[in-house]
Design a protein around this ligand. Structure first.
Ligand code: CAO
Length: 475
């Protein structure tokens, strides 16, 4: 059945909207909840989701045009529920056998006041549609339903989403596309969220608070709210680059896809800040070089020393060796000391974990690091080698650069970033001295760690590098 989509009610005193972007083309397959249109009123930008599965048959609006509330904006040839209504012998339940428009009428009292045309069966609407000039001629034998874009989705309205959060009836609500994306990603039905902004506009915080209230309520799923490990980075509609020149497409590798999803999760769920400092490692570097000359064991590198320093720092500052459990409003403190190390491989970034860092000396840590980095680069790494990290070190000093802002790796609460040490003039006692200075930073989850804590933590790490004896006394 071909279904006409009309621009729904958008709020008080709003009778039209600008079409910012038509997110589909004729012939595109769409599924329930796929964004099909982006529209803008003077109050907000909305991404309009499809309420049916089907193929786009006709587009009645273009980007830049204005559309009136109630205007037909596109026609979709439904591919599942519609066909089931036409097939007498296909097994179906009550909801599947209802025409889309009938669902609209029954779905919510908010529609009742919008005029009786919305609640009439599709067959009775046929003459009116012909009168309005909708191009029915392209589908003369087909039945057409008319769907308000705010109508409930057949499947989404009835079934719980994958994370167990029930999604109720759907209507178009004012929210920015990024807010809608977050809601989709964490399995929240945006229509259930109470907007606290002007005209009921829904913010990202509203979505998060709603998710929290659902997860804390009866029947809440056991998984922690802050760990939607299956989160995927939202797809952004791209322009047609071939208009500007030649392009080439390559499938993303598994590592790249996992990195994209994890980075998106980290970025969108952790309010993070980066603190910078510098350590004078002149003496430490002399010691490191002399130890490496004297011994034939695993080479002691800057990262191996940092592992040792970090283990001590995590003991001294336990809030850095923690995770946030927002579901239970608790902080999980860990009494084990595993450190993830960002390793640059030809497949991309991998973060294997060095375990029991507190119980090993620097030479043993150098050995472990060597082994795990080799495994990562040689594709011999196992999934469990990536698990159980308390905090991560990202040392880009072997490559270069003066500073960067690493992203905290959820559910950890901090990451140590290290840049390349270089000789710098240091002013001390009225004299400049040439010293080897290493820039360090710590990005931290500001929900748990305050700026002053981060400054103290990083200062302590710097002091431990400048005076390793500190580790013996305080580590
Ligand atoms: N400043 C100056 N020199 C440094 C340094 C620093 N911060 N860090 C390492 N070096 C030196 C090492 O000491 C070594 O010098 P020598 O040959 O004189 O001993 C040389 O650079 C090469 O070191 P390395 O990289 O082989 O060894 P490492 O143990 O210090 O680092 C590892 C191991 C796995 C961290 C590193 O190889 C790597 O992959 N780094 C990239 C991490 C990354 O991609 N981070 C970005 C992630 S996104 O946030």
């Amino acid at each position: 059945m071909a279904t006409e989509f009309i621009l729904p009610e958008l709020g008080e005193n709003i009778d039209s909207a600008d079409v910012v972007e038509v997110l589909v083309s004729v012939g595109d397959q769409v599924k329930v909840d796929d964004p099909i249109l982006e529209i803008e009123t003077d109050k907000a930008t909305f991404e309009v989701p499809s309420t049916v599965n089907g193929v786009i048959k006709e587009l009645m609006v273009e980007a830049g045009e204005s559309a009136k509330v109630g205007q037909v904006v596109m026609v979709v040839e439904e591919t599942d529920s519609a066909s089931s209504t036409e097939s007498d012998d296909a097994p179906k339940d009550d909801s599947d056998s209802e025409p889309a428009q009938q669902k609209t009428a029954e779905s919510g009292s908010q529609e009742e006041s919008e005029g009786e045309s919305e609640s009439e069966p599709s067959s009775e609407k046929e003459p009116e549609k012909r009168e309005t000039g909708v191009a029915l001629s392209e589908a003369p034998t087909e039945q057409r339903g008319k769907v308000d874009l705010s109508a409930p989705a057949e499947s989404a309205a009835e079934e719980p989403s994958s994370n167990g959060i029930s999604s109720g009836p759907r209507e178009l609500v004012p929210a920015a596309p990024s807010t809608r994306r977050l809601a989709r990603e964490i399995g929240v039905d945006i229509n259930q969220v109470k907007g606290t902004g002007p005209q009921g506009r829904i913010s990202i915080d509203d979505v998060k608070n709603h998710a929290k209230s659902l997860l804390g309520g009866a029947g809440a799923p056991a998984a922690p709210a802050a760990a939607p490990a299956q989160a995927t980075a939202p797809a952004v509609k791209l322009p047609d680059f071939s208009k500007f020149g030649e392009v080439r497409r390559e499938k993303m590798s598994n590592v790249r896809r996992a990195t994209a999803n994890q980075m998106h999760l980290n970025w969108s769920t952790i309010p993070m800040v980066t603190q910078f400092d510098k350590a004078d490692i002149t003496d430490l570097e002399k010691l490191r070089k002399s130890l490496n000359q004297k011994s034939s064991g695993a080479k002691i590198t800057v990262t191996a020393i940092l592992l040792k320093v970090l283990a001590s720092a995590l003991k001294k500052f336990p809030q850095f060796n923690a995770s946030i459990d927002m579901q239970n409003e608790e902080v999980v403190y860990k009494d084990y000391f595993n450190v993830g190390v960002a390793v640059d491989t030809d497949r991309g970034l991998l973060v294997p974990v060095v375990r029991g860092v507190d119980g090993k000396n620097v030479r043993e840590l150098a050995n472990d690091l060597d082994e795990i980095a080799e495994k990562a680069r040689g594709k011999k790494i196992r999934p469990e080698d990536f698990q159980g990290s308390c905090m991560t070190i990202s040392n880009l000093g072997g490559i270069g650069g003066t500073g960067f802002t690493p992203i905290v790796n959820s559910p950890e609460v901090a990451i140590l970033g290290v840049s390349r040490a270089s000789m710098e003039p240091v002013y001390r006692d009225d004299t400049f001295y040439a010293r080897l200075i290493m820039p360090l930073c710590v990005s931290y989850d500001h929900r748990l760690i305050d700026g002053a804590d981060a400054a103290r933590f990083l200062r302590w790490v710097c002091q431990a590098l400048e005076n390793p004896a500190l580790l013996a006394f305080e580590g």
